[in-house]
Ligand binder design. Structure first.
Ligand SMILES: N=CN[C@@H](CCC(=O)O)C(=O)O
Ligand SMILES: [Zn+2]
Length: 421
């Protein structure tokens, strides 16, 4: 067994618990802390003095030299794999063009679909690996990643294959989602129902057979997949054993949040325009509200009403929505800052949103998202005077070291191969 005692931690800060929480009185702060790691798990956590007693003889020691320890961030909504970029389109938006207007003219998601179809597998993998490195350097240990820039059998499978490939080669842990229903492809222009038939008939059975894609997601939106088509696709997905997540009520109040509750979705995401009735239905169904403040920021749009979700009794998670068009960032610390300043969340609520509740939004709260005995040794270290600097000194990457599965994968802001403690 590999045993490492991590010392020199000015404070360890974490939520506590094994499932999504709707209140923020679950925080634990330990000053002058130490953490004993055994293989890939946290074996003990407490003050340096407490952990100094009765230590196993074979323990190695690592002195962090005065850092803050937090659980690695979990990012429960990313579009990891795509080709090209949309920096030109971004500049057009700065000159006044609208996101919906660009999409209607064949840009937006459709532009990334063209670039992803044209890209070869190795190029997509190399780009995704660079992104995973950037995520890790920003303290992210686990992500959800979606397909959805292929919209045909060949390219959707190519995206899932790339996820398999990079996941096997990189410490950031990944759960996969099939999102063939991210947009209506040009081949089915104006016929979303026919495309849903195609997905249900041809793609769902093939993706289900892969055995490592637990979720199906859909962009339930006006003029994309409206409620009836969404329900038909999600019911077919559920019949194949997939769990459900949704892009819902992002741009219009269509009622996607209500459908998410009806389907027992694990998570409904965006939900900027969700009604109070549907928030209550989500709370009743245990559907997590995954809010994406980076998308509101980048599209200069309305922010989701975090307080209303809280009043309704919904657990709230936060995510970057990393993608080339509507939120091109991997920083969960920045999502905390945006949520605190623009959505009225407290520091504690935002911290829970990017750790424990984010883990719950991908069914991993029992093992991820907190620094507690028995949980994964996924620890991010901040070179900062206190954990508050995550938001208080915003726009800065304070993460200097990252331990993933009990191995250091980042030391002094550099990626390392991960075997040394
Ligand atoms: N809303 C739909 N899908 C993405 C946007 C993807 C894109 O613009 O490429 C989202 O979650 O924001
Ligand atoms: Zn998204």
């Amino acid at each position: 067994m590999n045993r490492v005692l991590i010392e020199g931690i000015t404070e360890a800060y974490t939520a506590t618990g094994n499932g999504a929480v709707t209140r923020s009185d679950v925080m634990l702060r330990i000053e002058d802390a130490a953490i004993l790691v055994e293989d890939d798990r946290i074996a003990r956590i407490g003050t340096r003095e407490e952990l100094g007693r009765d230590l196993p003889a074979d323990v190695a020691r690592v002195d962090m030299g005065g850092k803050v320890a937090i659980p690695c961030f979990v990012d429960p909504h990313t579009h990891l794999v795509w080709g090209g970029d949309r920096s030109d389109e971004f500049n057009r938006r700065l000159h006044g063009a609208g996101y919906v207007e660009i999409a209607a003219a064949g840009g937006g998601i459709k532009s990334t679909v063209r670039q992803t179809r044209a890209a070869d597998r190795d190029a997509l993998a190399a780009k995704a690996l660079r992104t995973l490195d950037t995520m890790l350097l920003h303290g992210v240990g686990t992500i959800e990643a979606k397909s959805g820039y292929g919209l045909d059998l060949e390219t959707e499978i190519k995206q899932l294959d790339v996820m398999d490939q990079v996941s096997a080669a990189h410490p950031v842990e990944m759960v996969q989602t099939f999102m063939g229903a991210h947009e209506v492809p040009p081949e089915y222009a104006g016929r979303p129902g026919d495309y849903v038939d195609y997905l249900n008939r041809e793609l769902l059975p093939i993706v289900a057979k892969r055995g490592n894609v637990p979720y199906v997601d859909i962009f339930c939106e006006k003029n994309v997949f409206e409620l009836d088509d969404s329900r038909r696709h999600l019911e077919a997905a559920a019949a194949h054993g997939f769990k459900i997540r949704m892009h819902a009520d992002e741009l219009h109040p269509l009622g996607g949040a209500g459908l998410a509750a009806e389907m027992g979705a694990v998570s409904a995401d965006h939900i900027v325009w969700a009604s109070e009735e549907h928030m209550a239905a989500m709370a009743e169904a245990g559907t997590i509200a995954t809010l994406l403040p980076g998308t509101s920021f980048f599209l200069r749009g309305r922010y989701a009403d975090a307080d209303a979700f809280k009043q309704a009794g919904c657990a709230v998670a936060l995510s970057t929505d990393y993608n080339p068009g509507s939120s091109h960032t991997v920083s969960q610390a920045l999502m905390m800052a945006l949520a605190c300043m623009n959505m009225g969340m407290t520091f504690e609520e935002s911290f829970i949103g990017v750790t424990l509740n984010a883990a719950a939004a991908i069914d991993k709260a029992a093992t991820h998202g907190t620094l507690e005995v028995g949980k994964k040794a996924d620890i991010a270290f901040l070179d900062a005077p206190s954990v508050m600097y995550l938001v208080y000194y915003w726009g800065i990457n304070h993460v200097s070291d990252v331990m993933k599965d009990g191995n250091f994968a980042v030391r002094d802001r550099r990626r390392i191969d991960g075997t040394s403690a």
